[in-house]
Write a protein that binds this ligand. Structure first.
Ligand code: F6P
Length: 322
């Protein structure tokens, strides 16, 4: 391998810049040329690539977002487009591709490798931490801390005004972010899509502790999930029980901002190691973390298996409720 390209795809995550830097500096130090593809797979299909040198990635390790830009690219679901993308790489003599992104982006990377034979390595980059085969993802720690910072502030008002707040956190259809945020914030309740919830029962429970004076205020962390207007529905039910809940949807605030030290180290290491794996002849894998160690996970597994929420963690979260 004498030349590789790197792209960031899907929702941006804090630490993606550090990962790109890890890839670039590691590749250059081993005599490999690097191209940066702008705007993920969309940029690849538009042949929007720039050569990167060591200075290109100076002063970015501390910055959120991704300087290469990111995009969601439905066109990449089409195998003709994936083949066209491979041709564009070949025309520039690019031998391999490194993809930094979430579940969907890495699944696309697997299909690309399978159909075109171009070696691909994936890096888990998403605030959701919902990727099979890795216990951590680039951006998760920062997003958790950003949400915590917001909730700690909301708690002051909840406490002063004896109110309940429903705080909706991101995570698409998984409850990893919500569970971690809920435990760390000392939430009175955590609602995640993995477990069916009975809104009426929850409302009755909260109203009862409110009346008893043991729960005059509270933070209920709600994972956004797939169900439309879930948080608004819960608020309505609580109102019917005489509570005055307020809704706070943290939204994209969770995706931005400077990456935590943890995410910078994780991203830098995974970026650098991805290049080593490529040089060692690996392909069609994601570089992830298991039991604190770097591991390689077949990209195929990401399509076949779904990462499950740790039931022990949720049990602990429930035990910590009032
Ligand atoms: O996957 C990251 C994520 O932030 C999810 O938590 C969220 O559901 C989704 O992306 C939002 O995507 P968009 O920014 O495209 O609306």
């Amino acid at each position: 391998i004498s030349s590789l390209a790197v792209l960031t795809s899907g929702g941006d995550a804090p630490g993606m810049n550090a990962a790109i830097r890890g890839v670039v500096r590691s590749a250059l130090s081993q005599g490999i040329e690097v191209y940066g593809i702008r705007r993920g797979y969309s940029g690849l299909l538009q042949n929007d690539m720039i050569p990167l040198n060591s200075a290109s990635v100076s002063n970015i390790v501390q910055r959120g977002g991704t300087f290469l830009k990111s995009a969601r690219c439905p066109e990449f679901h089409d195998s003709d487009n994936r083949r066209r993308a491979a041709e564009l790489l070949k025309q520039r003599n690019i031998d391999a591709l490194i993809v930094i992104g979430g579940d969907g982006s890495l699944s696309g990377a697997h299909l690309f490798e399978e159909e075109t034979g171009i070696p691909v390595i994936g890096l888990p980059g998403t605030i959701d931490n919902d990727i099979f085969g890795t216990e951590d993802t680039i951006g998760f720690d920062t997003a958790m801390n950003t949400a915590l910072d917001a909730i700690d502030r909301i708690r002051d008002t909840a406490d002063s005004h004896e109110r309940h707040f429903l705080v909706e956190v991101m995570g698409r259809n998984s409850g990893f972010l919500a569970t971690h945020v809920g435990i760390a914030a000392g939430a009175e309740m955590i609602l995640v899509p993995e477990y069916a919830i009975n809104i009426e029962e929850i409302a009755l429970q909260l109203a009862a502790s409110h009346r008893a004076g043991t729960g005059s205020s509270g933070i209920i962390v709600v994972a956004e999930g797939n169900e439309p207007n879930l948080t608004a529905g819960i608020a309505q039910q609580l109102q019917q029980q005489g509570l005055t809940p307020h809704i706070s949807i943290l939204g994209h605030i969770q995706r931005g901002g400077r990456p935590s030290g943890h995410d910078r180290v994780l991203a830098s290491c995974l970026g650098a190691v991805a290049v080593d794996y490529l040089l060692a002849g690996y392909s069609d894998i994601m570089v992830g973390v298991s039991n604190g160690c770097v591991v390689d996970v077949p990209l195929d597994d990401l399509i076949r298996y779904r990462k499950g929420l740790d039931p022990e963690l949720l049990k602990i979260a429930l035990q910590l409720h009032k």
